[in-house]
Design a protein around this ligand. Structure first.
Ligand code: RIB
Length: 271
């Protein structure tokens, strides 16, 4: 399993599911962390190729289709996880959450509790997962009077960027009363910024994340999130990979699982 950022709790939760399922099917997990560096991912491929691994699950985001297709041509079974299938990877199964619908659900929830000026702190634009969440946010708001391009700020999935982006948003648009962060770590950073600004969550600004990592429950107030079916995604990726290894037919090439809104104190209906 190649993950892009072991310091983000989303990926260790994914790795646990992969390891549990691999073990139950008689396989051992080798874990590589690429820190989102394409070069490192290519090095891992060389190492794994020479160690005759049975298959590779990429939960990374950097490889270009040409590089992955080189592997496919070497008959190394591959599955991509947490990303939609990029063009040119048609014969590589992929498992992810339905990022678009998850974002629409999240924005719907903020509207339902009375938010009128909803901002979005997106993931990095080079990732399909970020663009799909941004598209869901934009599509849900574009036919209403609530959409303002200045309410969207590009983030990088880190706590610090969530904090900085929230400071910038509130400084430039003090009327914002809802923030949808494209992942939970940025939502945690946003909470810190809002508290420092003296804002009450959710009474002044409601806050929603995405991923469903446990850490959102340790915050005060606890942060609502659109939870990805992390364990299910990891387990399904292993099952798909083992089917490829055993040269059995697999189900759908592209599996997009349903996200689930988990409402907590940060979006409780405001008085
Ligand atoms: O938090 C890390 C993010 O990177 C997750 O949302 C995951 O889906 C990936 O896009």
């Amino acid at each position: 399993l190649i993950i892009p950022d072991i310091t983000n709790p989303f990926f260790p939760e994914l790795a646990r599911a992969v390891e549990d399922t691999a073990k139950s099917l008689g396989y051992t997990l080798i874990l590589g962390n690429s820190y989102s560096e394409g070069e490192k991912e290519l090095q891992y491929i060389e190492i794994l190729k020479n160690r005759y691994v049975d298959g590779i699950i990429f939960a990374s985001h950097q490889l270009r289709p040409g590089e992955v297709n080189k592997l496919v041509r070497m008959n190394i079974p591959i599955v991509t996880l947490d990303r939609a299938v990029d063009s040119g990877l048609e014969n590589v199964p992929s498992i992810s959450v339905n990022n678009y619908l998850g974002a629409v659900t999240g924005v719907e929830h903020l509207i339902s509790i009375g938010c009128k000026n909803i901002a979005h702190i997106s993931g990095p634009y080079h990732l399909r997962t970020s663009l799909e969440r941004l598209r869901g946010y934009t599509d849900r708001l574009k036919n209403t009077l609530m959409f303002h391009a200045s309410y969207v700020v590009q983030g990088d999935f880190s706590v610090d960027r969530g904090l900085q982006a929230t400071r910038q948003l509130m400084d430039e648009n003090p009327e914002i009363d809802g923030i949808f962060a494209a992942n939970d770590l940025m939502a945690i950073g946003a909470l810190k910024a809002l508290i420092r600004l003296g804002k009450k969550v959710p009474d002044d600004v409601a806050l929603l994340g995405f991923d469903g990592i446990q850490m959102t429950q340790f915050m005060e107030p606890e942060i609502s999130t659109v939870a990805q079916p992390i364990y299910e995604m990891g387990a399904l990726a292993v099952r798909q990979l083992v089917s490829l290894i055993d040269k059995r037919e697999i189900g759908k090439q592209v599996e997009e699982l349903q996200g689930q809104l988990i409402q907590r104190a940060s979006t409780l209906r405001r008085r």
